[in-house]
Structures are given as C-alpha cells and as structure tokens.
Design a protein around this ligand. Structure first.
Ligand code: ZN
Length: 249
C-alpha cells in the first residue's frame, strides 16, 4: 500500500478521537498474512477483478451490518431485497435468543495500547455480558479472535467488563436439493462449495445461514493481537515516527 502523505496514511489506517490519532484494529490485524487470500486472487484471473469482487462483497457486508444494527437499535429500517434471506435468519435468531444491546456500533479506544476500533455490539446475550461481532463470511475464521480480543481489551479500559466474545456469522446461500452443495453469490462472485462434483445441481431458494460461535482463549488472542500491533508499528515506522514527533499534516 502506497501512502501519498501523512494525511493519507492517517485516513487509511486509523482515526482521530478527541484530538488524538489511533491506529484502527482492522488495519492492525491486516498485518497478519492471510494465505487463503492469495488463492482467491489467483482464482479471479486478474488483480482488478479480484479487487472489484472484494469491494462489492464488502458493500453487501456493510448493508447487512447496517440493517442488523438498525434492528438492534429498534430503528425502523427498509430491508433491501438483496439481503432479505440473511436478515430473516437474523430476525429468527433474535426471537430464539435474548439480545440486550448496551451499545451498538460503538467506537472503543485503548489508550494503554494505542489503538481504536468499532465494536458491533456490546451487550447481553442470553443473560451474559459480552462483545458480539457480526461477520458476513462463509465461515468463522480463527483470525476473528484477534480483532474481538482487541475490542474486549479496549472496552475493559473503559470500565465495562465483558465476560466473553461471540462471532455471529450471517450469510445467505442456495442449497442443492440433490447433493447438498451450497451456492453463494457475493459481490457478483458465484462460489459453489461442498456436495458432489458430478451432480447436475438443482438449486433451492436463497436461504439465510446463521451461526453463533463463542470464542475462548482470550489470553492467547490478545497476546497475538498485541504482537500484530507491534509488527504493524514496525512496518509503518516511517509514518509513526512523524506522528509521535508531532509533525503536522
Ligand atoms: Zn448437487
């Protein structure tokens, strides 16, 4: 990634809160290599195609996030047709589980470790206080532990004490009526997973797919996150020095 100047670097990798600039959690965790991403890029044929799919897929993820956050905040919201199956699955989940949000889409800051991030939900799920992170991915990746541990650590500095972390994965897909393969279309990228190779698939309707996972091993995850943070700082040494020396834009 090329940064034209300090202003560009700051805008791309962090945010300013009460006059102090902090690196963003998602930028920090991106320092960790993600080998699966190379395969995704290779599969798309060209770099620009992969970038375009990634960006449209992120838009869809943002739309799902915004809609769910509106529902949790009890704001009225029009549910876009394109993500209705995913939202229906969430509404169903909400009926079966007691979610009591304290904060939704909350900016949190760790002054001790110099980073900031945005937590989807701080609140109670079935009576327990925790951090709930909403993901719109195909599966729940181990890397999510780093991000959510960082949020817990920051929230604790602000005198709220979550006892756990959950990832709520929300997605939508068609299932083959014959072999059980799943077809997922995201950002214009059609991907078929599982099932039988030689099946003449017969796709059912698009259905929401929801999965809740509680993450344990907070201590390991926060250690790994802080290692990422240190590495991130090393990688961006050129800019960080300017920031720490109080160089103005
Ligand atoms: Zn099939």
């Amino acid at each position: 990634m090329f940064y034209a100047d300090l202003k560009h670097f700051k805008a791309k990798t962090g945010y300013e809160i009460d006059g102090v600039w902090y690196p963003r959690v998602t930028s920090i965790v991106s320092i960790k290599a993600k080998p699966a991403l190379y395969k995704f890029y290779a599969d798309q044929g060209s770099f620009s195609m992969a970038e375009s799919i990634k960006s449209r897929s992120a838009d869809e993820g943002t739309l799902i996030h915004e809609t769910i956050e509106a529902i949790l905040g009890e704001k009225s919201v029009a549910i876009p047709f394109s993500i209705k199956p995913a939202i229906d699955a969430f509404v169903e989940f909400k009926k079966k589980n007691e979610i009591v949000p304290m904060k939704v889409e909350e900016r949190v800051v760790s002054k001790n470790h110099w980073y900031a991030g945005t937590v989807d939900v701080i609140g109670k799920l079935n009576g327990r206080l925790g951090i709930l992170d909403i993901k719109t991915s195909y599966s729940i990746y181990r890397d999510y532990g780093l991000q959510t541990a960082a949020y817990v650590e920051a929230v604790r500095e602000n005198n709220i004490f979550p006892t756990t972390r959950w990832v709520l994965r929300i997605d939508q897909a068609k299932t083959c009526q014959k072999c059980g393969a799943k077809l997922r279309e995201k950002g214009g990228n059609i991907k078929i997973r599982g099932g039988a190779n030689n099946c003449q698939h017969s796709w059912g309707p698009i259905l929401g797919d929801i999965e809740l996972k509680e993450l344990d091993s907070f201590e390991n995850d926060i250690k790994a996150f802080l290692a990422c943070r240190n590495l991130w700082e090393w990688e961006h040494d050129f800019w960080i020095k300017k920031i720490k020396n109080g160089v103005s834009l």
